[in-house]
Design a protein around this ligand. Sequence first.
Ligand code: W6P
Length: 399
Amino acid sequence: QSLAHIVDHYAQYPPTGLTMKRIVEFAREGDAQQSFLFLRNELPVRLASMMKEMGHLPPRLLKMPSVKTVNGWYGTSLFELHSFKHLKPTGEIIKKFTETLQNIRRRHKSVVETLAQGYMEFSDSGKVKEYEESQIQYFLNRFYLSRISIRLLMYQHTMCFGEEVPEHPSHLGFVDPNCFLEDTVKDAFENAQFLCEGYYLVAPSLRLRTINATNPDELISIAYVPSHLYHIMFELFKNAMRATVEYAESQKSSNKLPPITVNIVKAKEDLTIHISDRGGGIPRSKADKIFRYMYSTAPRPVSLTDSQHSGPIPLAGFGYGLPISRLYARYFNGDMQIHSIDGYGTDAYVYLQAVEDQASEWLPICNRAAYEYYSSRKKYFACGNMRLGLGYQTVKPAG
Ligand code: W6P
């Protein structure tokens, strides 16, 4: 059976979207065998649909060595998973499956950097047309969203039913059923502050308020993926701090830096985190660009999470950080919005689902709208709102 055949087979099925509630329940009550039976089909479905989608990228981009490398990783991983299709779920097979998942995770670790490299190879070897750029942005949002979902499923299996241990005994795999948002937010702030002081010698302080609108006396917690929230907040804080310090310097202000204020509010439906800085804001003409993947301006692809630099680490510019953070927020049916007052400051809003069974995985599915996106040569930046039917839909969990 050829790889193309296997891809076609799995890509005909839509993914099965889960909710946070089901993920938590499954971590508590499920077992390795059930997980194996689900994932040996679900992971190939999600991998294959992205392989299909890669096929719609501009042909010249597909010829770039780094893009071929990533495509090859997907093929190898799909093939490995497919080899479990007809096997009896014995203890030994399940153990091998778990090891395979760990290998796959390692193999795909540097997908983001490698695709960034591929984009640079593409733009170095010829002019990038505007519609190509637009298709690539559209693709990357879907591709990275899918990657986030695949990695979460793999983490849940290896940490709940394999040898890997969760970061904290109260966690269920990669998920914290009682994620105290205030702790994660403070943690992200302190680490961004540390970077900021290392680079600028000063950093703004934090003014944090929490409002639990439903249970006023209770600390705010939801079931969530702590590392996703950390990633989102760390990115927003780095941006807010950089703006605050650089704006104060540009104003030759000798006053104390204005603090970054954060409000965390839990209501019946939404959990909102509002981050406000007085870093001078950004003009509307730049506002829609901050969620673009801008590989061309990145000096060298630098790993998103680990920094192997020596010397001061510049606070991130608008690279991949914000678009990927927004995908993390959207993944469980949340969102991220940024509104600015030019000449004053910026407000960032992170919306998460307050209720577990409303937090459904948001997955790219291949439908006609998506196909039309790749076949048309229009410039779609202006309607980049992926909620307007441009290929994104929530798949309701089965059963
Ligand atoms: C700015 C630009 C920005 C992006 C994201 C979060 C905060 C801020 N502040 O000036």
